[in-house]
Design a protein around this ligand. Structure first.
Ligand SMILES: [Ca+2]
Ligand SMILES: [Ca+2]
Length: 333
């Protein structure tokens, strides 16, 4: 599949607005987050496999709006980092059972592909000074991003920021943690689809050092077989910043793939460990597209999400398989 997407950075306009808007948004979101330190979802069977539960930093099931503000989703992990449902608010929670008992899911999508606007449905949190409740990912050796994903449209989407209707974004954002110096796009740990040598692929993309390079672990198999339209799939990406390795899983099983960089972009070789990420709080979380401060559109995903987990541990293959079975086989609530 040949895509007309573009690689590389572009568009720095409106940078000052990014900071202003981000600061205002962060004040609202972080303030709200600190007030709602929720450890777990509903009583009964927890949603997260027991060995992973102590490492559950953030967890979103899209069935827990913040009281009085349904445009915010409560974090059911330990961090209390509420998410903003950007541009669609409560309408972005849709009835669609990703797994038994899953109830509502998050819908994201591109709105008005021909206009350079800020109306796409996406979710996240952003603070230009770093999000303090995400401190678990400050100087960490280990991260896992996992959850349920369902593509509900065709991808990639037309690039809304250029006048040529034949321009397409070169990636499709799923879910990830921003770097400590992120403009709203740059990440520390991300699941996404991105163009690798002319072909869109499912990848884990990680960056250990804020000012360093990223490494990408790309699935070998056709992304449309891994994420068929209208089918719920449980994906996991693990990031071992100490060892310099990543892994991808689909429905509990490892996904064969390859690293796109053959040198040492995380700079872990030749120096004693443990190797940690930069000692900075992530600037946020992005889901279904970049720029959670809602100042720019990039890499929108017409898709649904549920049971999204961000952990400060490298889940083992057995734990990923157990988490998949834990959710897929019965009511996790
Ligand atoms: Ca749900
Ligand atoms: Ca739009």
């Amino acid at each position: 599949m040949s895509l007309p997407g573009k690689l590389g950075g572009k568009r720095t306009r409106r940078a000052s607005k990014v900071v202003r808007t981000g600061a205002a948004l962060a004040a609202v979101l972080v303030g709200a987050s600190l007030a709602v330190p929720v450890a777990h979802a509903s009583p009964g069977k927890p949603a997260v496999f027991p060995t992973l539960a102590p490492h559950l930093v953030s967890y979103y099931d899209f069935d827990h709006p913040v009281a009085g503000n349904p445009g915010l989703e409560r974090d059911l992990g330990r961090s209390g980092t509420d998410l903003e449902l950007i541009n669609g608010a409560a309408a972005m929670r849709v009835a669609d059972n990703a797994y038994p008992g899953a109830r509502k899911a998050l819908q994201t999508k591109q709105i008005d592909e021909s206009v350079a606007g800020n109306d796409d449905w996406k979710a996240g949190v952003y603070s230009p000074g770093g999000v303090p409740t995400l401190n678990a990912f400050n100087a960490t050796t280990s991260t896992t991003v996992m959850g349920w994903f369902k593509m509900t449209g065709d991808h990639p989407k037309p690039d809304s920021t250029t006048p040529d209707p034949g321009d397409y974004f070169n990636a499709v954002g799923l879910a990830g943690i921003l770097a400590g110096n992120s403009d709203g796009h740059g990440v520390r740990a991300l699941l996404e689809l991105i163009n690798v040598d002319g072909e869109l692929r499912l990848v884990a993309l990680g960056r250990r050092l804020d000012d360093g390079r990223s490494q990408t672990f790309a699935a070998s198999q056709d992304w449309q077989r891994l994420l068929p339209k209208d089918e719920w799939v449980f994906l996991a990406a693990t990031f071992d910043f100490d060892k310099g390795t990543m892994a991808l899983y689909r429905n509990g099983k490892p996904v064969p793939g390859f690293y796109t960089e053959t040198d040492d972009p995380w700079e872990v070789g030749g120096t004693p460990g443990p190797h940690r990420t930069s000692a900075t709080d992530p600037r946020g979380i992005k889901i279904g597209g970049s720029f959670p401060q809602n100042t720019l559109e990039r890499n929108p995903c017409e898709c649904r999400f549920d049971g999204l987990m961000f952990l400060d541990k490298v889940a083992s293959p057995a734990e990923v398989a157990a988490q998949y079975r834990w959710m897929a086989r019965g009511n996790p609530h």
